[in-house]
Design a protein around this ligand. Structure first.
Ligand SMILES: Cc1cc2nc3c(=O)[nH]c(=O)nc-3n(C[C@H](O)[C@H](O)[C@H](O)COP(=O)(O)O)c2cc1C
Length: 231
């Protein structure tokens, strides 16, 4: 295996993932960055109270939807000390929860937002079933209030058509296996992101890495709004 040259560029990827979708994208993105010789520090947010996926019941899923709509915080464990080092870029990744950033990301802003993001270039990555705009507006405002420099946006939506996408996510959260139900499986093949989208995340990682090596001045011009990422 050829080891990439270390370019001296450093990226912090701070992220939360409940059902592994953001995690799959993040791991691919990081491998793309690393392929370009970028040093990546991954910081996965851990909730203090364990959150189990799937939630396992319809009542529990409805409760979580209401709580997340009201922007309920999910307290998180402290970040590792190295998260506060100098980085050329911070990628902040996580799912949309009821049109908002997830509870652990909201807790991150409350506790560490100013220290972590002040005067830093930040690139948000959103994993969602398809409704991310309110999340994005809220996130942008949270970052700007912490004086971060928001350089661009990456969004990955689930590729299933509606209404199956919404029903499928709900059933999956409630602990059902919709992709195995005969009447549903022809409309809903898989929960979450596809292998093609994960590959696209890797390609985005390489694009970001290449730009950082040239000084990172054009991060705001990189096109992440592709038909694969946002079908
Ligand atoms: C409580 C809850 C609320 C959600 N609300 C939304 C939403 O408002 N819009 C959307 O597009 N997806 C929504 N989703 C779907 C997730 O954003 C999506 O499944 C995402 O890919 C999950 O990423 P993760 O596995 O990293 O947590 C919601 C999921 C959960 C658990």
């Amino acid at each position: 295996m050829i080891t990439p040259t270390n370019t001296g560029k450093k990226v912090l990827v701070v992220y939360y993932s409940f059902s592994s979708q953001t995690n799959n994208l993040v791991q691919a993105l990081c491998s793309g960055l690393e392929k370009e010789g970028v040093n990546v520090v991954r910081e996965r947010l851990q909730t203090i109270r364990a959150l189990r996926f799937p939630i396992g019941s319809i009542g529990g899923t409805l409760r979580m939807m209401v709580e997340t709509f009201l922007r309920k915080r999910q307290p998180i464990e402290p970040l590792t000390k190295s998260a506060f080092d100098h980085f050329d870029l911070i990628i902040l990744a996580g799912p949309t929860w009821s049109y908002n950033p997830s509870g652990p990301v909201l807790s991150l802003f409350d506790r560490d937002g100013s220290r972590l993001f002040k005067n830093k270039p930040v690139l948000p990555l959103i994993s969602c079933r398809g409704y991310w705009r309110m999340h994005w507006w809220g996130l942008k405002s949270l970052l700007r209030r912490r004086e971060a420099r928001v350089v661009n946006l990456i969004v990955f939506s689930h590729p299933n058509p509606e209404p199956w996408r919404t029903i499928g996510v709900f059933l999956k959260l409630a602990g059902k296996v919709p992709e195995k139900k005969s009447w549903f499986s022809s409309k809903y093949r898989k929960y979450g992101h596809t292998t093609m989208q994960v590959k696209e995340a890797r390609r985005f990682g390489q694009m970001i890495g290449k730009d950082l090596i040239q000084g990172g001045a054009n991060l705001n011009q990189l096109n992440f709004d592709t038909a694969v990422a946002r079908p």
